[in-house]
Design a protein around this ligand. Sequence first.
Ligand code: HEM
Length: 504
Amino acid sequence: MVSTFLILASVVLCAYFGVLALYRLLFHPLRKYPGPVLAAVTGWYEAYYSIIKGGEFISEIQRLHALHGPVVRVGPNTLHFSYSQAYHDIYTHGTTLVKEPGFYHGVVAHCPQASFGFCDPVEARDRRSLLLPLFSRRAAIALEYTIQKKIDQFLDTLKERYNSPSSSVSMTVAFRALTIDIITSYCFAESANTLDDPELRHPLLLNIQESLKTILFQRHFPFLTSFANNAPPKLVLWCIPAFKVFVDMKIRYERQVDKLISDPDTLLAVEHETVYHHLLEPKDKQQRPSRTSLVHEAFTLIGAGSDTVGNACTIGTFYALKYPSIRRKIMDEICQVWPDAGRPISYVTLENLPYLTAFIKETLRFSLGVVHPLPRVVGSATPEIGGLKLPAGTIVEMSSLLLHMNPEAFPDPHTFNPDRWLGQGNSKMVLDFAPFSKGPRICLGMNLAWCELYLIFGNIFRKLDLSLLVTEDTIETFGEDHLDYFVPHWKKDYRVFVQKVHDS
Ligand code: HEM
């Protein structure tokens, strides 16, 4: 009896998937677009490259464009583009397109009810308007002392612990520690203090390192993270012990939020303005987020605001050390406006330096921010995308890698060359520079990110003489080979040590 049922169920399932596959190949509105048959039939094509091959989806996309041309069907209902007009139609002018819920609710399955995960444009706009005051340029300038304080601790750690070839440090890890401490201090006036462990082995640091690799796993299996989010902590840890740091973090932010909700006067005692001052006391009381949403927002801000900046710092520092002429130009320019390293310098002074600015732009072009294509759903009022009229419901996307490595906008794109940003440049280059994405869902934290990058690079190059530790590992290729873990993950790492300290 049971076996007959199983056979019947299998036949029905096979028939269903067979008919679905035939429909997608022969009758689907995207059937005329080129691409692999398997990608047209199933979304597991992407999952295979992201999970089984481990972060290879972006390489596969590049291969498919080389084979099939500028528009490729990379999923049953998804088109990926490779030309900038399409990028601007999707993101810059894309007010009629929305974030694709299937993708975003997976990627941020641990914190869907927050700024990054909101797919409804009205919800996203309302949350953005609450948070923007803390992420404006003016706010970043008012709070830059919190950033400088963490940079000072970072420099002290490097000077004291990592000052010889035998005691070198991985800059990926070091910058991640710095940027986690900055974002937690800036947003909550309560730093995670990962730099307090000079060995840079704070559990949060290690956890973020590991969890980055699972973002795309989460995208395809969101129910696992939802389980971790909603089940009692003890049960989660019993089933999946690896979720310990996640559970600890969740408990920590739930406690923080509960304390603020039960005793709003706590806000009066904190050292400076925080996200909670804006989230808990909105002008329109209707907009006050729920407890869950507040916890999700905390996760979002730490996730979005740490590794992105850390990654840019890792890339920029590597190229400045690899090419001594670049470091020399940065040093010469900074020393002009900052003759005494013992005195503080402001972000506003640093941002007026043309070479440092060019260097940071080239760093952002290379470090990419988010390398995975960011999917948007075409609406009924969406005009043409890259010259194509597409049916409502189609998912469209383009990775920033294809924009930033386009030789028409950036000649010799794989060469790290800050000079390209000096002088007139070409207008296409300026238009196609989009490390923070563009349009209505542009990065919320970009003013803060610029402020951090100027202060971090300014301080590092003015105060420390760092040396690359040449190992058997071919550091030469660092920065060229990366995997797509949503954010780029560089296949190689590099280590440095402090050769000399510039006290004056
Ligand atoms: C170099 C540093 C950074 C880069 C390259 C970067 C890049 C990006 C990109 C490409 C997006 C668009 C993602 C999408 O459409 O799905 C984004 C969104 C976002 N970023 Fe950043 N980011 C950086 C720093 C920060 C910082 C410091 C914060 C502060 C908390 C932050 C918070 C956010 C948030 C909340 C969003 C979601 C905005 C929305 O969907 O409306 N980012 N970022």
